[in-house]
Design a protein. Structure first.
Lengths: 397, 625
């Protein structure tokens, strides 16, 4: 979860600040989108009116009206990459990322290599947490247009893919362009941390403190540090300070929820996770924790939507995947359990417990030989892990 | 140190914490579910593999382990130990402060009719003390309470020659010499005892001569004919290879931050032993050859032979403390296959090992397959393993509603018991914490704990039976061993608990209903063990087909009534009885009536027996073979 927690806290924050700026809206060239099609004068006139109306609506933030207008235009000019792009933007702004991606992909098929479509598609993939798909488009974007936004989002994408050294390069470049952008510094610090470059962590923290030692970002990081050192009281105060400065600071309610949960205050923890989800419905930490709490309370049907939401944000969230499988097992749906459990073992082949639970699902599904195989993998892994632990313990003694 | 220094120093640990957080899940189950087990326990104390759970308190702020009582509800058990004369004896084990782990494991209890008078007697294993071990004081002794047929019992252990006098642990009953009389095997810290029944109310210890004495810390024993030669073999699990002269220091181990005794983690495990019965009063240790020697040195506790894959051969289960439990499948060639993991029995629902203590075996779904219920340490739930056939098990504790209520308790003896004779096997668990120190903290648990009874709702779920004030369920015990059986021949299953450092508890089943019942004493034929250990009875009545097995050992290092008991609810007749004998033959028997015990001899059907109603009791009814 650590990776998910910090990744999503910080990445999410960046997503909200970047996405609207990164999408490129076509404001003209509708005619060139005709792709050689010859339209009657009345149709051309209608197309032009729809196009203009759509763009106006888009600029005014009336995305539903924009969608309507662009769809009418698209009916006249179905192969216009401009209309496809702008319709996709209208849809993306309504949270319909899947439909938007399909339109960008359609546009890219019509005009392979189109930089604007590629850039928009990269951002859309990123928004949809398809980081691997997003990367080539974002790298091209950053190479062609090395703006703060391009460098920042590419760095974030690499961070999300756990490619920290490469992320650091992009984020440092972004930071040079906007040295006071605290969210970027947050992610950069985490990237150094994950890359075990502790001197890098120090320099980033210095930069944050130099910008604003009382910033929410600084307090949030201090809260995490206190929490890590089991100073729950101090961590609680830091997180409360963050809340006082920014009630919508991503991740602060989930962090408070985790503190409550560790102190066995489950109802309070639930309240915090719900607070987080009311602001950020896709927050994987809160979704995972809510799912787990529901599962623990023998409410697997209620747990599943939460866990699915966590997995939707990060398909490689191994613990959420296992929880999802366990819920299906509890509901006597072993076949439905197989997919997430297999995925969990693919994401982390050393995840012994997931192998065991997968064995349970396979056994329930009547696949006893496969079940035995998975459970024996668990046995082997646990034996290895125990041996390593013993060695570590003996060494420490 | 200022905050800035904090964050820099915290560095990696913050990351690690966050990384591991989800793997530790949530709630007692989840939190415990994926914590790095060995790391958590190594060098530490206790047998819990789960993380600390939030205290569960009742309305009066009492821990739920010693509270949660109600004023009204069904009255099902009453403790009549005092009236029955059992409280004249007291179990004693080690120091009261429980300084060492040897002090903490109280002892088992067996129900057997040692004198063939048709009434169950009670054998309670004793612990011992350091002064007794060093010869400074007279050793505490075991108790053999003879059933006086009038609701009272008389301790005849000394006269019977079964007082043990060693540091006793567990007990298993089996007629190893096929003479028709039950023999008793007692596990000890030190040499074990094999008490051969002399047919005259006395026993002779032949453990050394028979080659089954061992010598360090044995605990869970079970008899079973694993090789189908018609003779009962003996399995003995080992717990810790313990050096009483150099026990692990109290200073180094903690439970929730409090200093407590050390172990088992960090202490060397003791191997397990399978003794093949040579048929001449001696046994041969075949553990390694048979594949059940416990090369991992897991901390074995209760063991039991039972046929879990319905192939007519007894398999072997071993509950291991803080390590994966064993399920050995009998291959039929004198060896076993370790299917612990592949069967799903080794770990719990989340793929995590538990501190398994007791084992209950029974068919709670009435589908002909034996299910398993293990007891575990507090902060863990007791897992219920549903038998899916083909020796595959699924932990269904949460689905069956049986997980959460057990989390604050440390469970020991357990049994599948149809306490209300409704034809569905219920679950009874006795509890008691390992650490006396828990009473000094607000951890939501207590040293003495109440028992738990779960009512089986047609195999679909279990409901916790309320503990009504003034009854046996609304009292706390430092329970360890527990045995289940019909002590009063009234068709109702009673419970005897061996309390650590306490007097015995006799929970008489006082359930009031008009449900019918039936029970069978089985006598094996020439190719089966004489006491029919390993036999399975399938009974059909009222449209339900139930299964009952003759087992030795189980619960927590204890031994239940060897008779097979069935509740029949409103059925006043039995439609069909089919017996699968240990020699793998099958026999159908017509049953003429209900609400009584029948004795069935392999190949001969119903025969006269000591449990027949209003029959003259005779010690000579069963001649030695």
């Amino acid at each position: 979860m650590g990776r998910q927690l910090s990744k999503n806290i910080y990445v999410k924050r960046k997503i909200y600040s970047i996405v609207s700026l990164s999408l490129v809206i076509f404001s003209s060239a509708c005619a060139s989108g005709q792709r050689g099609e010859s339209k009657p004068a009345t149709q051309r006139q209608q197309l032009s009116q729809d196009w203009s109306r759509g763009n106006r609506a888009l600029q005014q933030g009336d995305n539903a009206a924009a969608e309507k207008a662009f769809r009418q235009a698209l009916a006249i000019a179905p192969n216009s990459i401009e209309i496809l792009n702008n319709l996709a933007i209208a849809l993306a702004r309504q949270g319909r990322d899947g439909e938007a991606i399909a339109l960008y992909e359609q546009a890219l098929r019509l005009k392979p290599g189109d930089p604007i479509t590629g850039r928009n598609l990269g951002v859309a993939y990123f928004r949809a947490h398809r980081y691997k798909d997003a990367l080539p488009f974002l790298e091209s974007f950053a190479k062609a247009t090395p703006t703060f936004q391009a460098l920042d989002i590419t760095g974030l994408d690499l961070f999300a893919l756990d490619r920290y050294p490469e992320a650091i390069v992009y984020l440092e470049r972004a930071n040079r362009l906007q040295p006071n952008d605290l969210p970027t510094l947050d992610v950069l610090g985490k990237a150094y941390w994950r890359a075990k470059n502790y001197s890098g962590v120090t320099t980033v923290f210095d930069r944050i403190m130099a910008i604003n030692p009382d910033s929410p970002e600084a307090h949030f990081m201090l809260g995490l540090a206190d929490d890590a050192m089991s100073k729950e009281g101090d961590a609680f105060k830091e997180f409360q300070t963050v809340l006082a400065e920014d009630p919508n600071y991503p991740g602060v309610h989930s962090s408070l929820g985790l503190i409550d949960w560790r102190q066995h205050l489950v109802p309070q923890a639930v309240k915090e996770f719900e607070q987080e989800l009311s602001r950020y419905p896709n927050d994987p930490v809160s979704n995972y924790m809510m799912g787990e709490i529901m599962r623990q309370q023998n409410k697997p049907a209620q747990a599943i939507p939460y866990l699915e939401a966590a997995v939707a944000v990060n398909p490689n969230y191994r613990d959420a995947l296992m929880g999802l499988g366990q819920c299906h097992i509890m509901l006597d749906q072993p076949l439905k359990a197989l997919k997430p459990l297999k995925k969990a073992t693919e994401v982390d082949p050393d995840f012994a417990q997931a192998h065991f639970v997968l064995g349970t699902a396979l056994s329930m599904a009547g696949q006893h030989a496969e079940a035995a195989r998975e459970r024996n993998i668990c046995k082997k892994l646990q034996a290895e892990q125990n041996a390593q632990t013993i060695l570590r313990t003996e060494h420490s003694h | 140190m200022n905050k800035r220094e904090n964050i820099l120093l915290a560095g990696c640990s913050v990351f690690l914490l966050l990384t591991f957080l989800p793997t530790q899940g949530i709630g007692a189950r989840g939190r415990a579910s994926m914590a790095p087990q060995a790391q958590q326990q190594m060098g530490g104390a206790g047998v819990s593999t789960g993380e600390a759970s939030a205290p569960v308190l009742d309305a009066q702020k009492r821990p739920i382990t010693a509270g949660g009582y109600v004023d009204a509800g069904p009255i099902v058990f009453q403790n009549i130990a005092d009236k029955a004369g059992l409280t004249k004896w007291r179990e004693q084990t080690g120091t009261l402060g429980k300084k060492y782990i040897l002090d903490a494991f109280g002892a088992g209890v067996a129900l057997l009719d040692y004198d063939h008078d048709g009434w169950l007697d009670i054998y309670l294993v004793n612990g011992s003390t350091y002064d007794a071990m060093s010869g400074k004081t007279t050793p505490p002794q075991a108790a053999l309470f003879h059933n006086n047929h009038d609701g009272t019992f008389t301790n005849v252990a000394e006269q019977a020659g079964v007082a043990n006098g060693r540091w006793g642990e567990g007990v298993a009953v089996g007629d190893f010499d096929n003479d028709g009389w039950p023999d008793i095997y007692v596990t000890n810290f030190g040499k074990n005892r094999l008490y051969r029944n002399n047919h005259d109310g006395t026993f002779t210890d032949i453990a050394e001569k028979a080659g089954v004495a061992l010598g360090n810390w044995s605990i869970g024993a079970t008899f079973g004919d694993y090789d189908g030669d018609g003779r009962l073999d003996l399995f003995v699990s080992g717990y810790i290879h313990y050096d009483i002269a150099h026990p692990t220091s109290l200073e180094s181990c903690q439970f929730r931050g409090a200093r407590v005794m050390c172990g088992p983690r960090g202490l060397p495990g003791e191997g397990d032993h399978l003794f093949h019965n040579n048929g001449d009063g001696t046994f041969t240790d075949v553990s390694v050859k048979a594949g059940v020697s416990d090369p991992n040195d897991y901390y074995g506790l209760t063991s039991v032979f039972a046929d879990v894959n319905n192939d007519g051969r007894v398999d072997l289960l071993v509950a291991n403390d803080s390590t994966p439990s064993y399920l050995y499948i009998n291959k039929g060639d004198g060896t076993f296959e370790d299917d612990s993991y592949s069967s799903g029995y080794a770990l719990n629902e989340s793929g995590r090992e538990t501190a398994s203590m007791g084992i209950a075996i029974g068919d709670y779904r009435n589908n002909g397959l034996l299910d398993i219920y293990n007891t575990t340490f507090s902060d863990d739930y007791n897992p219920l393993y549903r038998n899916d056939g083909d020796a595959s098990f699924t932990d269904v504790s949460y689905q069956m509603g049986i997980a959460d209520p057990t989390i604050p308790f440390v469970g020991w003896g357990d049994g599948f018991v149809d306490y209300d004779n409704d034809g569905w096997k219920d679950i009874f668990v006795v509890n008691g914490h390992l650490y006396p120190e828990v009473d000094q903290h607000n951890w939501g648990t207590s040293y003495a704990e109440r028992p738990l009874l779960f009512h089986n709702i047609a195999g679909k779920k279990f409901d916790l039976v309320p503990a009504v004030n003034g009854t046996g369920l609304a009292a706390t015990y430092t329970a360890r061993g527990a045995a289940f059986g019909d002590l009063f021949n009234d068709g109702k299953i009673d419970v005897v608990i061996n309390e650590l450092d306490g007097v015995p508890v006799l929970l008489r089943n006082v359930t009031v209903n008009s449900n019918h019942w039936i029970g069978f004493q089985l006598i094996g034929g020439p190719k089966s063990p004489r006491d029919a250990t390993g036999a399975a009875v399938y009974l059909t009545a009222g449209g339900i087909r139930q299964r009952g097995d003759v087992l030795s050992g189980g619960s927590f290092v204890s031994n239940n009534d060897s008779r097979v008991h069935f509740g029949l609810e409103t059925s006043s007749k039995v439609d069909r009885v089919e017996i699968h004998w240990p020699d793998r033959t099958t026999e159908k028997v017509d049953i003429p009536s209900v609400d009584r015990y029948f004795t069935i001899q392999e190949g001969r059907g119903i025969v006269k027996g000591v449990y027949d109603p209003q029959q003259p009791r005779s010690h000579a009814l069963q001649k030695p073979r």
